[in-house]
Design a binder for this molecule. Sequence first.
Ligand SMILES: NC(=O)c1ccc[n+]([C@@H]2O[C@H](COP(=O)([O-])OP(=O)(O)OC[C@H]3O[C@@H](n4cnc5c(N)ncnc54)[C@H](OP(=O)(O)O)[C@@H]3O)[C@@H](O)[C@H]2O)c1
Length: 359
Amino acid sequence: MASGADVKVEFDPKNMLFRRLGPSGLRVPVFSLGGWLTLGGTVIGDPVKDIIKTAFDNGINMFDTAEAYAKGKSEVEMGRVIKELGLRRTDLVVTTKLFWGLRSGPNDGGLSRKHIIEGTKECLERLGLDYVDVIFAHRPDVSVPMEEIVRAFNWVIEKGWAFYWATSEWSAYDIEEAQHIATKLGLHGPIAEQCQHNMFHRERPEKEYRPLYKKYQLGTTVFSALASGLLTGKYNAGIPEGTRFSTHANFFKGTVDSLQKEEGLTKIRKVNELSVLAEQELGCTITHLALAWVAKNPNTSTVILGASKPEQVLDNLKALDVIPKLTPEIMDKIEAILENQPAALPTFGRPALDPNGRL
Ligand SMILES: NC(=O)c1ccc[n+]([C@@H]2O[C@H](COP(=O)([O-])OP(=O)(O)OC[C@H]3O[C@@H](n4cnc5c(N)ncnc54)[C@H](OP(=O)(O)O)[C@@H]3O)[C@@H](O)[C@H]2O)c1
């Protein structure tokens, strides 16, 4: 972390787009960078610096990690690189997540007040930072009363260890309960949900959370927009050496097995059709199309990119130029290929409202 004279790199947003994170005043880049499986995991040392520097030099100033990523090493590597690059703290949006913990004691994970407070302090120590911008509850914890969770995150914010809190992979019901308690008690409620959203995973972000966008202006920090690489087309004809599905073969065994079955073969057929559409109608690759498609969604605050090499960051940022090319006609063609658009809420004969609640 650097301030004043020891700042080595001035932030230049280049052609990055920025959006508010949910109802908050925090501006986040439409493409950010995360560290799951990569930073501190398969990528360590100088290559971590190369990836983060490439991102920062190209307008990405938001970095996402978690206590659980590479058993804490992701936070350590990210913090080390931020310091070594001499990035100014105020230029950055750093987010981390709590839930799984690093040890196996009864209070070393979950969302008890004890783990939220102790876990936050440990995250900050590993990152070498005084605060993170957003702290996420990495999963819901059914074993802790929601009021305890909301009060504990509120405390973390009041202490100045985080500016905002948010959720990840919570149901709409859980988010609603947290919002209700926060409103009732005058406490900080969650501002965003870190959810999976990609062309093959749509129900939760596009249907289940729909009422929350309208009611709470809930933001989303989307993960796995490339479905771990499936939406780059790299797995169309097997599992290439050195790619995520081979370097984390055990974790992705179910996914890889499914690629041989009807469900997976259908996905690969759609990837092929989308590749043709991307190339012929937009002059881009399916990777750019898949990323731009998620970024275009008005409920997406930021798409967290994952990258094992700096070149992937550069390639993925070409999606910025594709977002304005996604006209209603192109979106219809994409829907015709995907055939998985979540159904609209039933209106039982009453006239449907537009997204602003108007007739
Ligand atoms: N909250 C949660 O529960 C949760 C869960 C998952 C992720 N996340 C967050 O979201 C971030 C992104 O998720 P993700 O990594 O799953 O995203 P993703 O975009 O679906 O997958 C990223 C991976 O795809 C491959 N890839 C990326 N760009 C490529 C390109 N241009 N060409 C070819 N291959 C490319 C790389 O893997 P290889 O090169 O190794 O093949 C890369 O590591 C994570 O780092 C993390 O911060 C959060």
